[in-house]
Design a protein around this ligand. Structure first.
Ligand code: SF4
Length: 281
């Protein structure tokens, strides 16, 4: 036995946007026995599996084109206007669980677009939230996930900068500074969700308090990647797992204090099962 002392970070786990979407899905699943959901309801395969067992049917945008007369859940990431138009044509009832923070950002971007601003969006190419945001500009905004993708010499001298809600605050301000250093006037809108940026600080503290950190997240979660990076930076002995089976006992030594934490898309039940597994070692 390794006699580990294991603690779960009380600030980790679902953000309110994800809680809202899952509660909405569970209510309808109880009533109806099944529910269509456009894309993974949350970027966590284990939680998706749990909800699929209750009747959740994950569909793609292509599936949506041939669906008629059903209820379809829009997840927290939000959708572009084209999805709402398609739903209208196909007589679909959208159960809109878009996170209020994302909806507000969609509105801000739409207003900027309507005013004719040069919109640059720091976000992951093809990410569902980014697709929804880009849709507010008729796909005219420039999306980039790395500063090096921008050819600064050819950029307009005046731009409006936004961020996907789950990006790193530090990187966002670094990008703003680099653009200004190139002589570009930047109207910077820090639209990173506080559920993400606040966790940054809390997590840094938590990661420093334990010998080892086990970070639990789905591999598709952008927020998971950012927050794992925060842990790793503060505590190099941080390890990423998607489920308890991925724990490698060689990471741990006898008597270690181990902290378990996760992304805004990591369910508490999954962190608890990681804890149980560690206590068995
Ligand atoms: S991270 Fe923030 S913006 Fe994203 S779903 Fe959660 S609360 Fe909403």
């Amino acid at each position: 036995m390794l006699n580990l002392k294991v603690a779960i970070d009380s600030n980790s786990g679902f953000c309110f946007g994800v809680v809202y979407a899952i509660e909405m899905a569970e209510d309808i699943l109880e009533e109806q026995g099944y529910l269509y959901c456009l894309g993974d309801i949350v970027h966590n395969d284990e939680e998706v599996k749990r909800l699929e067992q209750k009747g959740l049917r994950i569909i793609t945008h292509r599936d949506l084109e041939s669906l008629r007369g059903e209820k379809v859940l829009i997840r927290a990431h939000g959708e572009p206007p084209s999805t709402y138009q398609l739903a209208l044509r196909n007589n679909l009832e959208l159960i809109d669980a878009s996170c209020p923070v994302v909806l507000k950002l969609q509105n801000r971007i739409k207003n900027s677009y309507d005013k004719g601003e040069n919109i640059f969006l720091y976000g992951k190419h093809g990410h569902a939230e980014v697709v929804g945001l880009l849709g507010q500009t008729n796909n005219n905004a420039v999306v980039f996930q790395d500063f090096n993708e921008l050819e600064t010499k050819t950029l307009p001298r005046n731009i409006t900068l936004y961020s996907q809600t789950t990006k790193s605050t530090g990187k966002f301000y670094e990008i703003k500074q680099k653009l200004e250093d190139e002589g570009i006037q930047v109207n910077a809108n820090d639209t990173i969700c506080r559920q993400v940026s606040n966790r940054d600080k809390e997590l840094r503290e938590f990661a420093g308090k334990h010998n080892k950190i086990i970070f639990v997240s789905g591999t598709k979660s952008s927020n998971g990647k950012v927050l794992y990076g925060v842990c790793k930076e503060r505590n190099p002995e941080s390890y990423f797992v998607s489920n308890p089976e991925e724990i490698d006992p060689s990471w741990l030594s006898e008597g270690d204090t181990v902290g378990i934490c996760g992304a805004t898309s990591t369910p508490m039940w999954l962190m608890k099962s990681v804890q149980e597994k560690l206590l068995e070692l």
